[in-house]
Design a protein around this ligand. Structure first.
Ligand SMILES: [Zn+2]
Length: 241
């Protein structure tokens, strides 16, 4: 594994498809960095209106509830703000509209560090799961937005000309991948707050005790690879262009 310099982000943007995705993947690191003085923001791309087995659930009400749960989780880990886009849950595509929406927030917030899912993670035979289509599309669009679209003033020129949003270069991209990763962030002191933030997603995680045990075990497994008690795992790219 590559020996990276210590990461001390000052402005952070986490991008994900659904409310709760980032609590599973990055909330411990976010809590650690905001405690050290960083400003952190989330951008949630879909309306979160589909992920339920409850046949009486009203999708519009679910959006409102899940956004509030995301804000509540964000308060626990010190987020400065949460941005929400309105793409329909389950139908996210790596479209120009999506990339423009992500670029707009990158240019507004000017993060040195952006976090998203690893778009190359499509399925896991080991864990018997398919990575949700929204996760893959959102992650690919985020990667495209970090480079080259946020950087180049001629990409989405209306962002500069009409909205006065200057181009921006992101320094580090951290992509969550629990199986293939090259960087572990020590979250030993922040695993409890991560799990509290996860538990704020009441409508999505009814079996929170079981899920908490599972997530704690994931973080311990990752930590053991980096000599920490608990860690979150990323593919880390320090961008030079
Ligand atoms: Zn999700």
């Amino acid at each position: 594994m590559k020996d990276f310099p210590i990461l001390k982000p000052k402005i952070i943007l986490g991008v994900a498809a659904h409310p709760d995705d980032l609590e599973f993947s990055i909330a411990g690191s976010i809590a650690k960095w905001t405690a050290a003085g960083a400003k952190a923001y989330y951008l949630i791309l879909t309306d979160g209106s589909k992920g339920t087995e409850d046949r009486s659930a009203d999708p519009k009400k679910m959006t409102i509830i899940r956004r509030q749960e995301q804000r509540d989780a964000g308060k626990l880990i010190g987020l400065s703000d949460v941005f929400f886009e309105n793409f329909e849950d389950g139908t996210l595509e790596n479209s120009l509209d999506l990339k423009k929406a992500i670029c707009r927030i990158i240019r507004k917030v000017k993060p040195d560090t952006v976090l998203c899912m690893d778009p190359t993670f499509i399925y896991s035979a080991e864990r018997g799961m398919i990575n949700h289509t929204d996760h893959r599309a959102g992650a690919m669009a985020t990667m495209d937005s970090v480079y080259p679209l946020s950087r180049d003033h001629l990409s989405f020129p209306e962002l500069l000309n009409d909205e006065h949003l200057e181009p921006h270069k992101v320094k580090t991209l951290l992509m969550t991948n629990f199986e293939n990763h090259n960087y572990g962030e020590d979250i030993t002191e922040y695993v409890d707050i991560k799990l509290k933030a996860l538990a704020a997603h009441v409508s999505q995680i009814p079996d929170i005790e079981q899920r908490s045990d599972m997530v704690r075990q994931w973080m311990a497994n990752i930590g053991s690879k980096y000599d920490y008690k608990y860690a979150e795992a990323f593919v880390r790219l320090d961008l030079s262009l």
